[in-house]
Design a protein around this ligand. Structure first.
Ligand SMILES: [Zn+2]
Length: 228
């Protein structure tokens, strides 16, 4: 009872001194929704997206890279500024529409990539999906772009054996760590994770990333994400 109260007060105090860092999860941001290559829930109209980002900036939000966000999460004792991160999953080819705007606006973004799809083929349910190919991904060397992991294939971590998960980590990191902008962060596909997969990632020096709608304060073992 007293311990509970102590934790409640501690948590309140933490929220008072630390502005949360929001990490947003996105997929397709482009002009037109194409039902043959996209799932509607994964698509945001590009002008709507730009308006949202600009309006957040006008409201004092600074968009920073995931690496910088993590440094803040690890080191800040007091945080007054509102920071946010934009992160795109799956490495779809539609990214080519929005990436030039990030350069123009000097806004950083993180891409979470499945290594297997960089050969340009789709192995997923929708065979028409279009992905960035390896040459395209490896030519993204702007300091604004960071490359993290989303698994070798787009499979749920909790539906793999420990060996399969370890192999997925090994293969994906083996490929992506050759990218000059690689960062050791692992965004779980579908947010599917367990204590075992988290422990494994930690042992490999990777920070697990959930998609649980939560914001980040000072927890260094995991990054939380939400939808924009
Ligand atoms: Zn995904």
């Amino acid at each position: 009872m007293i311990l509970n109260l102590y934790h409640k007060i501690k948590h309140k105090w933490m929220k008072l001194r630390l502005q949360p860092i929001r990490v947003f999860c996105l997929h397709h941001v482009c002009k037109t929704y194409d039902e043959t290559t996209m799932y509607q829930g994964d698509w945001m109209q590009i002008d709507e997206f730009k308006a949202k980002v600009l309006s957040m900036q006008q409201n004092g939000v600074e968009f920073i890279s995931l690496s910088d966000a993590y440094k803040h999460i690890c080191n800040d004792h007091v945080r007054c500024k509102k920071y946010a991160v934009l992160a795109f999953d799956d490495g779809y080819a539609s990214l080519k529409e929005i990436l030039p705007w990030f350069e123009e606006q000097q806004i950083p973004a993180t891409l979470f990539i499945n290594g297997k799809y960089l050969d340009g083929k789709s192995y997923r349910k929708n065979p028409n999906e279009k992905y960035l190919i390896k040459e395209e991904l490896f030519s993204l060397t702007s300091p604004l772009i960071e490359i993290g992991s989303h698994g070798w294939e787009h499979k749920r971590a909790t539906e793999m054996t420990a060996e399969e998960f370890a192999e997925s980590v090994k293969r994906n990191i083996g490929l992506l760590s050759g990218h000059p902008n690689y960062i050791p962060f692992w965004a779980y596909t579908y947010g599917s994770h367990s204590n075992n997969t988290d422990d494994y990632l930690h042992r490999q020096g990777l920070v697990p990333i959930y998609i649980d709608g939560m914001k980040n304060y000072n927890e260094i073992k995991v990054i939380h994400r939400e939808l924009l």
